[in-house]
Design a protein around this ligand. Structure first.
Ligand code: ADP
Ligand code: ADP
Ligand code: ZN
Length: 213
């Protein structure tokens, strides 16, 4: 079963994707994580996209489609969670073609709905475990008092360079201009399910589970 998690920055896509990986053995494909990996490994691609990402703009369709294509070849046969991809209509068309090529289909597109004020609150309080990528939040999901990641015991946590109010404003505008048309696109294809992303993490997870089962 392949699904897309769709929603603005901070909606909870990464948090929910990690739960689905743990609970259902699905494979998370986050283009944001792949691009950040490329940056830290200092590849040519990483250098090319760094400034664009820090500014909060979208990198080119060609780059992210290439990344997804590579992973679909490599991890054949499993259920994918597309997290942060597609983000444009061109990416959505390309994903449709790639899935068709692999004789795979799309079970559902889950839209996480969260208003802008809450997104700003969430993003400016976000941190992740440097070792395993577990997502934390200063307010709603704090790092345990002993300073150890609940998943891997790691003690180093980091904040993203683009998790500041200025880049976030650009990221939100990019979302409304370029990504939100996908809501209509997948509605027309009969794939769209919307979930209230303002609920707590467990409730959102339960609502997603109900859609998938
Ligand atoms: P968020 O958690 O805020 O939704 P991501 O980690 O998914 O953000 O993405 C971080 C940045 O990486 C984006 O602002 C953009 O620059 C780039 N990026 C990630 N996925 C895509 C994509 N599918 N298309 C274009 N740019 C992308
Ligand atoms: P996205 O991948 O969509 O950008 P994340 O999963 O990284 O979003 O979540 C953004 C921030 O909000 C993180 O700090 C996370 O801990 C927190 N968060 C995620 N889901 C919820 C929720 N349902 N309620 C409150 N905070 C949440
Ligand atoms: Zn960890």
């Amino acid at each position: 079963m392949n699904i897309i998690l769709l929603g603005p920055p901070g909606a909870g896509k990464g948090t929910q994707a990690r739960r689905l990986v743990e609970e259902r053995g699905m494979i998370q494909l986050s283009t944001g994580d792949m691009l950040r990996e490329a940056r830290t490994s200092g590849t040519e691609l990483g250098k090319r996209v760094a400034a664009i990402m820090d500014a909060g703009e979208l990198v080119t369709d060609e780059i992210v489609i290439g990344l997804i294509e590579e992973r679909l070849e490599k991890d054949k046969g499993a259920g994918f969670i597309f997290d942060g991809f597609p983000r444009t209509l061109a990416q959505a068309d390309a994903l449709g073609d790639l899935l068709a090529k692999h004789h795979a289909n799309l079970a559902a597109v889950i839209e996480l709905r969260v208003d802008d004020d809450e997104l700003v609150r969430r993003i400016t309080a976000r941190s992740t475990c440097a070792k395993c990528g577990e997502v934390y939040n200063d307010i709603t999901r704090p790092i345990p008092e002993d300073g150890k990641c609940v998943v891997c015991g790691g003690t180093e946590f980091k904040r993203r360079a683009d998790d500041n109010e200025e880049s976030l404003r650009t990221r939100l505008m990019e979302y409304y201009k370029k990504t939100s048309p996908l809501i209509g696109y997948y509605y027309a294809k009969g794939k769209l399910h919307s979930v209230n992303g303002l609920n707590d993490i467990d409730r959102v997870a339960a609502d997603i589970a109900a859609i998938l089962d």
